[in-house]
Design a protein around this ligand. Structure first.
Ligand code: C2E
Ligand code: MG
Ligand code: MG
Ligand code: MG
Length: 288
């Protein structure tokens, strides 16, 4: 909380001491409240994973899903990750929360396998702070083994901006994860100022085009960037997935430019685990 308060304090006006101290204590207090509630929420199992289907653009089949965490708070209702992940990152609570997310995703993969679903990939979002944990890779290997999950059924998404924060450290961490055999993807691609030389060195399998570049693919401005990202990914022998696909026009554009997969409200939002399972078991397809 102290770190966060310092951060907020630095962003506040420096000449008004009165305002500064009042604002500072308010921020500290709010932060402390949320932090206390968040650690209780993890213990009380108030966190829930939704699974957003990922669709193969050639066949229309659901080939994977992204796990997205929500907080079902008794006081606040459903709270989205944008509200609490940043605080979990600042306080370190992201480590137990992230472990829970990975365990839960592995349990879902196991339950799908039991239903006869193979070749299905679940991705989870990872914070840089988790990557920096000393025994993260060993711990992950243990979790995969405990659930009898093939490493390549799990994909780890890290945002481009978090990778580029310390690219040398990220490269080392990604290399260890790749050696374990999990799939790796760069999330929100195009928003984080990648150095192209690093992009080529990162041992990733997938890049995810940030949804801001699909806004209006009918306009040349957005289309030119989306096309360039697809071409860049394919030239680097990576799979390219588009996120935030909402319209028939965006879908057609992505198919025309041979993007590999899509996810977005056009097909489905994140679903509870049982609804994902029945969708996959019934081989529900997107009309392509
Ligand atoms: P993200 O990984 O880029 O996830 C995509 C976000 O876009 C999700 O928001 C998803 O619900 C939303 N989305 C999907 N399709 C559409 C669409 O067609 N239109 C629009 N407008 N939005 C769409 P959500 O679930 O609120 O997650 C926000 C962010 O929170 C995620 O962005 C991810 O960075 C982070 N996050 C979620 N779960 C976790 C987690 O378990 N761990 C960590 N470290 N971060 C997480
Ligand atoms: Mg993601
Ligand atoms: Mg994203
Ligand atoms: Mg995001």
């Amino acid at each position: 909380a102290a770190d966060a308060a310092m951060y907020h304090a630095k962003t506040l006006g420096k000449n008004n001491v009165q305002f500064y101290s009042t604002e500072l204590s308010r921020v500290v207090h709010q932060h402390w409240l949320l932090e206390a509630n968040l650690s209780r929420a993890i213990r009380n199992r108030e966190m829930v994973l939704g699974y957003q289907p990922k669709v193969d653009l050639r066949t229309g089949r659901v080939v994977g899903a992204e796990a997205l965490v929500r907080w079902h708070s008794p006081e606040r209702g459903v709270v989205g990750p944008d509200k609490f992940i940043p605080i979990a990152e600042q306080t370190g609570l992201i480590v137990p929360l992230g472990d829970w997310v990975i365990g839960e995703a592995c349990a879902t993969l196991r339950s799908l396998a039991t239903l006869g679903v193979v070749d299905f990939v679940i991705s989870v979002n990872l914070s840089a702070r988790q990557l920096r944990q000393r025994h993260f890779v060993e711990h992950l290997a243990t979790t995969l083994r405990e659930h009898s999950i093939a490493p390549n059924a799990l994909e780890l998404e890290v945002t481009e901006s978090q990778l580029m924060d310390n690219p040398a450290a990220a490269l080392e961490a990604l290399a260890q994860l790749k050696a374990l055999g999990v799939r790796l993807s760069i999330d929100d691609f195009g928003t984080g100022y990648s150095s192209l030389s690093y992009l080529q060195k990162f041992p990733v399998d997938v890049i995810k085009i940030d949804r801001s570049f699909l806004g209006d693919v009918a306009s040349e401005g957005d289309a030119v960037i989306a096309r360039a990202i697809i071409a860049l990914g394919h030239n680097l022998k990576l799979e390219v997935i588009a996120e935030g696909v909402e319209t028939r026009e965006q879908l057609a554009f992505l198919q025309d430019h041979e993007c590999d997969q899509m996810q977005g409200y056009y097909f489905s939002p994140a679903l509870p685990q049982d609804r994902l399972s029945s969708m996959v078991c019934n081989d529900v397809r997107m009309v392509v």
